[in-house]
Ligand binder design. Sequence first.
Ligand code: MG
Length: 381
Amino acid sequence: MKIVRIETFLVPPRWLFCRVETDEGLVGWGEPVVEGRAEVVRAAVDVLAEHLLGQDPLRIEDHWQVMTKGGFYRGGPVLSSAVAGLDQALWDIAGKAYEAPVHALLGGPVRDRVRVYAWVGGDDPSRIREEVTAQVEAGFTAVKMNAAGRTPPMTTPAQTAGVVARVAAAREALGPDRDVAVDFHGRFTVAGARRVLGELGPLHPLFVEEPLLPEHGHALPALVAASPVPIATGERLYGRAEFLPALAAGIAVAQPDLSHAGGISEVHRIASLADVYGAQLAPHCPLGPIALAASLQVAFATPNFLIQEQSRGIHYNKDADLLSYLVDTEPFRFEAGHARRTTAPGLGVTVDEAAVRAADRTGHSWRNPVWRHPDGSFAEW
Ligand SMILES: [Mg+2]
């Protein structure tokens, strides 16, 4: 079997899909994207395709080695995301070739359903109580929310109290048997994060995510040691080597993104590395259906898995949502806040190719907002 064609599709709301076709008619799909830089990743996929065309798609690990190391320069979000999408497509082909779901090829299922959470509150969180109540009524057992919008280097007492009040509102609507995860989104300074984390302990968040920017990772060990709340991070880390110091710092939850951190191949290895440190896996996935399908395949085969992000109804999904490009939406019909294990070959989803080709003709130019503090200086989004 040989790879004969590789195409990419820029589809709303902000995604990039890739389609890898073989001479035997098997087709694999992947989602190589960096949100806000989709066109750049598309160019990287085109360059990596030069290596894959004419090759046997089943040599996934060898292709991963060449794609990540064969260009001498390595890593970073763009290259790692391009590799990730192509890696997903190769696993999809492998599953179809061996007539097995990807999780069977990763060692077989270790669970029958995967807990997923829903987003509430948007970029600049508001209406928390109403939105949490709606998700509870939809059956979810966990939600995630941003802690705050624009965040100054040092929050005032009122701003700190605002963060606590929003999480408290979520906790009240959830009760003691469900979970709220809080995303700091890298908006806090080291000192700012430490102060707010100390206040959140009594509300028992599932975890606090990205309390620090990746470039402040050197401060992570002290922050973890001082935090009453489990710390999660990893959506802006792109491989095992970048997760190692975070895990050694004592994070509780590793959050690699299946579309950023080298795909199924590398996230499966990151999960194994996390297990050595007693950390759980909770893949980042505010993305599309192929990234989520890849995430679920890893979740079904990963013992130290905690919970899965998914983008249904997320504030980014304008013009299209998680189910827009699927022939059969059944794999993402969540029951009691869980996705059931799929047994279909490959990634377990059937992409609506006609819808994808039509959407690519429109494309998108999604960019995240660039925020400013009241004094006009740059603010983390
Ligand atoms: Mg996040």
